[in-house]
Ligand binder design. Structure first.
Ligand code: GLC
Length: 613
């Protein structure tokens, strides 16, 4: 090709490129011409940091303030989400859509996201629930053992499987924010939330909670380490809100506070936890919701927490000597970024606006809180999909695969505390199964199951009795439930336990088998079995140790099953010897209930105790 023609052609080509791509010259920086400068936040090819910066620069005060308020679903409509630019909606315990199925949840959350999408900037809400042992609000979800049972299993790989199943069942309902795990380092078993903690041992709490947080968040579901700080260390008699110990106070020096109570949060922050919930309780007489030193200087400063801090349910209402507007100012200036205000969310919006207008809360503090919240929303991909990424779901809601994980968790959580050789049972034996907790999925699940206090609305699952029947009938065995026929049995299995409870409603200073939160019928079932003069295997379904010292001599074997959840057949699998026991006590078991918190001379079974076949 002639020289001059080639040059003209090259020139024309260059002009063409400049006109079509808008870029000339040799530098190839990827300027994103598909997005005008003013829409960066909507483009997920930009970094979260750039998107937050861009969006924040566009938001007015009302849009910022709305992001800092979380309302409960029964008290807010999608139109109000739009009108007030609300950043989050949640379900408290038992707060479920009429159609309490994955489809019903998706439809409900879609409407709230539509309300958010109709705002000027279209910032999606984040929807929160307490999925503390599976997606426990939703009917027919797989329900895992509560954390104390998982502390007995003490298996981080299992925790990851549980987190995966929980995340997949949450994504099946469009929920991407979990108020879990509770990282309480438990101290006093009279506390109604004792079962929500993994253990008295800091290392068990750190290892299990961080494994759960890491894995849950790989599904772009936000975890919440709660309740900051020292919720499990409160002292009996200091309870608040009418409770004996829950939401109470702990007198503790800073060394012990950092070594024992802060350690799980340090681990959670290192795991990239996206949210931390403040505890109702107090440290050295100061309500955590008002403690700027612990929230801003320690959690955000010393530990470097980059997610957002949320209050507990109306947690700021317990800040003393202040009206609501002042409580909002104190809490936000202490470092709280989102206010869980199920009922007074509109008042919270007004109080924030007033505080910004009168300078009691600086714009800098608002921007910091909103940036933290937006960072989580961008990181979860909510601007791209407000219902979470369903492509990450591998097995279906309530699926057999998910239930197999729950059965594995039950098997590994059981602790064998006594066995004279009566266990393992033979599948051909005649077994009399009795006791008030033998045939109740509700009692197996305990609190935080569909309803806040549990056991009110049924959900699918297998009871312990059904589990025995399923196995026995396949192997020529007989399960007897009629006392009139019990004399034909080779052995009696007595399943005793506790009522379902949650939070302070479970505070119990008695801890016997016939008082406090103990099930009516425990003693009657034990005495009836004793009259049979046959070997007795006692199984206890409870959220904590109870005082069994005087009864133990009458039992040939004793198994603590904690709150095993929906997969009761797994207990029968272990008692028949298909699997060995693995669990060990994650807490100390006391001899009596008048030397608590437990002292050396009051130990029946030490932490770490557990027998095997
Ligand atoms: C409750 C609990 C907290 C829970 C929140 C929302 O009062 O203290 O653990 O996440 O309210 O249900």
């Amino acid at each position: 090709m002639k020289g001059y023609k080639r040059d003209i052609l090259s020139l024309l080509l260059c002009v063409f490129l400049v006109l079509t791509t808008g870029c000339g010259g040799s530098d190839k920086k990827t300027v994103n011409t598909s997005v005008e400068e003013n829409q960066i936040y909507k483009d997920n090819t930009y970094s979260t940091e750039d998107r937050v910066k861009d969006l924040l620069s566009k938001m007015n005060v009302d849009e910022k303030i709305g992001q800092m308020v979380q309302a409960e679903r029964v008290n807010i409509t999608p139109e109000e989400v739009r009108k007030y630019y609300i950043g989050s909606v949640f379900s408290g315990g038992g707060s479920t859509p009429k159609d309490n199925s994955p489809k019903g949840w998706i439809e409900m959350i879609k409407q709230y996201q539509q309300g958010a999408a109709n705002t000027r900037l279209g910032i999606p809400i984040i929807y929160g629930v307490d999925a503390v042992h599976g997606h426990n609000l939703v009917k027919d979800a797989v329900i895992f053992p509560h954390n104390i049972g998982l502390g007995a299993a003490n298996n981080t790989e299992l925790m990851k499987k549980i987190a995966s199943v929980t995340a997949e069942e949450m994504l099946a309902t469009g929920v991407t924010y979990n108020f879990a795990p509770c990282v309480a380092v438990t101290k006093d078993l009279r506390w109604g939330r004792y079962y929500e903690g993994y253990s008295e041992k800091v290392d068990i709490v750190k290892n299990l909670s961080s494994a759960y947080i890491n894995q849950l968040q790989t599904y772009n579901v936000a975890a919440t380490a709660k309740h900051y700080i020292a919720d499990g260390a409160t002292e009996w008699g200091t309870g608040d809100n009418g409770y004996k110990i829950d939401q109470g106070n702990v007198e503790i020096d800073e060394d012990k506070l950092f070594k024992e109570e802060l350690a799980p949060y340090d681990e959670a922050v290192k795991s990239g936890v996206k949210s931390i919930m403040v505890s109702f309780s107090s440290v050295n007489g100061i309500k955590n919701h008002s403690n700027k030193y612990l929230i801003t200087e320690v959690l955000k400063g010393k530990l470097g927490f980059k997610g957002f801090v949320i209050t507990d349910w109306e947690g700021i209402h317990q800040i003393p000597d202040a009206e609501f507007e002042e409580q909002v100012v104190i809490a936000v200036n202490a470092g709280i970024d989102m206010l869980m205000e199920p009922n007074k969310w509109k008042d919270a919006v007004s109080a924030l606006k007033k505080a910004v207008n009168n300078g009691k809360i600086t714009m800098e503090r608002i921007d910091d809180a909103v940036a933290r919240i937006l960072t989580v929303k961008f990181d979860l991909g909510l601007f791209e999909n407000g219902l979470g990424d369903e492509k990450l779901i591998r097995n279906g809601f309530g699926s057999k695969e998910h239930r197999e994980v729950a059965k594995e968790a039950v098997r590994e959580s059981l602790v064998l505390l006594k066995n004279d050789g009566v266990l393992p049972l033979k599948k051909s034996q005649k077994i009399y199964v009795t006791g008030p907790a033998a045939d109740s999925v509700g009692l197996q699940c305990g609190g935080w199951t569909i309803d806040w206090q549990g056991n009110m609305r049924q959900t699918s699952g297998t009871t312990i009795l059904k589990g025995f029947k399923n196995i026995a009938e396949k192997h020529g065995g007989t399960i007897i439930t009629d006392i009139e026929k019990a004399k034909d049995a080779d052995v009696a299995v007595v399943v005793i336990g506790e009522e379902s409870y949650a939070e302070g409603q479970g505070d119990d200073g008695s801890l016997g088998l016939d008082n406090g939160m103990a099930l009516k019928g425990n003693i009657e079932a034990l005495e009836e079995a004793k009259k049979l003069n046959k070997p007795i295997v006692t199984i206890m379904v409870s959220g904590r140790p109870r005082i069994v010292t005087e009864y133990l001599k009458d039992w040939n074997a004793f198994v603590e099953a904690w709150l095993p959840g929906t997969e009761g057949e797994a207990l029968a699998e272990v008692l028949y010897g298909d699997y060995n026991f693995k669990g060990t006590l994650p807490v100390t078991w006391p001899k009596n209930s008048h030397n608590l918190p437990i002292k050396e001379e009051n130990i029946l079974f030490p932490i770490g105790y557990g027998l095997k076949y």
